[in-house]
Structure formats: structure tokens, C-alpha cells
Design a protein around this ligand. Structure first.
Ligand SMILES: [Ca+2]
Ligand SMILES: [Ca+2]
Ligand SMILES: [Ca+2]
Ligand SMILES: [Ca+2]
Length: 276
């Protein structure tokens, strides 16, 4: 009976693991690791020109709080906090933070829905939930020369999906949530296992100080995946944010997903919906 029960358990367990591929995420969606948003101020400087580029209901300009809708998580359309209350978010104005959890400190905060395996090469979460600030103290800094720019955040996805768990040819979205990325040009390079490397087009929606943006770029299935000869798809993507002049930015997470990250207004459940 015991053997039967154990057998049944393995049947259920293996059944549960065979979900279709949805996404592989580096870092986590936790509002840059700010667990308490109450009282965090938003920067008051809207942009260098004094008006709102968007002009839509994306934000709550009247709110003085970084978490403009007060739901406890800093999301797209909201703001990185002005920690010292001087009105702006920048590398020289007391806004450095390091909210990395232990698994991010060791560069191992990876998650996949529908992977057969996430390989050891996958990395980059050490760059998340950290102010990539020229003024940072530099503890456990993710690149060799410390907080001095450039801080070229680099993310590597290396994983295997069972052949039956993803439709060959599907579009793959590279989604990211980042904050205060306001130096132009932002050059985002992407490399694959076999396909030609290229530059991703990631639109910057405005220079508002501290603004949190959710963006997507489209990758082709054949760029991301190669057949591993065993009936599985091997996914490999390396993304580098080349930001020679960027003195302050932060990443919440990056992911490869079948679903484009939503561009909804602040307060919408941002990343699990598909933009229609
Ligand atoms: Ca985190
Ligand atoms: Ca919020
Ligand atoms: Ca500040
Ligand atoms: Ca995060």
C-alpha cells in the first residue's frame, strides 16, 4: 500500500510539473524589494520641461507618495522613492537602496513556469532590487569596477523546455520593469546561442524623475530556442544594458514570456495580463 501511495505521489508530482511554458524570470516582482511603501515620497520634479509627456491617466500627479495608488507595491507608472525628501531621485541625493534578498545577493533568484530545467548559467538577479547608483557604497557589487559608471546590467537566460510544452514559432517577449532610466540612448544588446546578436528597441516613455516603467521587446522563437536533439527546446538569451552615462537606475525583474507585459495604468495587475 505504501509503495502504491508513493507511486501515486510521483504520478501526481510529475503531472504537475508538466505545465506548458509561460515565462522564465530573473529577479522577482516585488516593487524593487520595498516591502513597506507607506510614507515613501515620490520625487516632485516631473521632468526637465515641467509638463507631463504622457498626458494620459497613467499616473496620479496629485499624490505625493511614490506608491501612488497605495496598494503596497511600487509598480509601473509609480516612482522610485525620494528617500531623503529633497524632491528628486538621483545618485547624489541620498536615494541609494539595496533591497536584495539573500537569493539575489548570490545571484540565484530565478523562476520558471513550464521549464524542464533552469541551467546554472542563468544569472542577473544580483542586479535587481538595487539602486545602480554612482554614489552607492558598493557592497557585493555586481560588476568588477564598483558603483562608478558604467554599470552595465547583464542578464543570462539558459533553460530547457520540453518539446510538447511550447508551440514552436511562438513569439517570445522580453519584459522588464525598471526605474529612472532616463539617459538616451539606452542601448540594449541581445545575444543568442546561434542567431545573430542585435540591438533591442525599447522605448523610453519619458524622463520623469524616478518613473517606474514596464517595457517589452519581441524576440523570435528561432532566436531564443534551438532543438537540443532530445525532443526539447534549449533557450539561451543574454541581454546587456549598455549605459555608459547612466548614473542612477534600478531593475525590479526581467523575464522571457509568452505574454507581453501590460502597459496598464498604475494599480492594474501589471505583468500577468496580455495587452490586446
Ligand atoms: Ca526581491
Ligand atoms: Ca502601487
Ligand atoms: Ca533624493
Ligand atoms: Ca524585484
Amino acid at each position: 500500500m505504501k509503495i502504491f501511495l508513493i507511486g501515486l505521489f510521483f504520478l501526481i508530482a510529475s503531472g504537475a510539473s508538466a505545465e506548458p511554458f509561460k515565462n522564465i524570470r530573473i529577479g522577482d516582482q516585488d516593487g524593487f524589494g520595498f516591502t513597506k511603501t507607506k510614507g515613501l515620497l515620490r520625487p516632485t520634479l516631473r521632468n526637465n520641461f515641467g509638463f507631463d509627456f504622457e498626458g494620459r491617466g497613467r499616473r496620479s500627479p496629485q499624490s505625493k507618495w511614490a506608491d501612488t495608488n497605495g496598494d503596497g507595491i511600487l509598480r509601473q507608472g509609480e516612482f522610485l522613492p525620494d528617500l531623503d525628501g529633497d524632491g528628486r531621485v538621483a545618485w547624489f541625493t541620498g536615494d541609494d537602496f539595496d533591497n536584495r534578498a539573500p537569493e539575489e545577493m548570490v545571484d540565484r533568484n530565478n523562476f520558471c513556469r513550464g521549464c524542464l530545467k533552469i541551467h546554472q548559467v542563468t544569472r542577473g538577479s544580483i542586479w535587481t532590487d538595487l539602486a545602480l547608483s554612482a554614489g552607492a557604497a558598493g557592497y557585493n557589487w555586481p560588476d568588477a569596477n564598483g558603483p562608478t559608471p558604467p554599470n552595465n546590467a547583464t542578464f543570462i537566460f539558459d533553460f530547457t523546455v520540453k518539446g510538447a510544452d511550447i508551440a514552436a514559432g511562438a513569439l517570445i517577449f522580453f519584459n522588464l520593469v525598471y526605474g529612472d532610466y532616463d539617459i538616451v540612448p539606452a542601448i540594449v544588446g541581445v545575444e543568442f546561442a546561434k542567431a545573430k546578436p542585435r540591438i533591442l528597441q525599447i522605448e523610453n516613455i519619458g524622463p520623469d524623475d524616478g518613473l517606474i516603467q514596464a517595457r517589452s521587446a519581441v524576440l523570435n522563437f528561432k532566436e531564443v530556442f534551438t532543438n537540443d536533439g532530445k525532443g526539447n527546446w534549449h533557450g539561451y538569451v543574454r541581454v546587456v544594458f549598455d549605459a555608459p552615462l547612466e548614473p542612477y537606475t534600478a531593475f525590479d525583474f526581467v523575464e522571457l514570456s509568452l505574454f507581453q507585459i501590460a502597459e496598464g495604468p498604475a494599480g492594474g495587475n501589471s505583468t500577468n495580463s496580455i495587452r490586446c
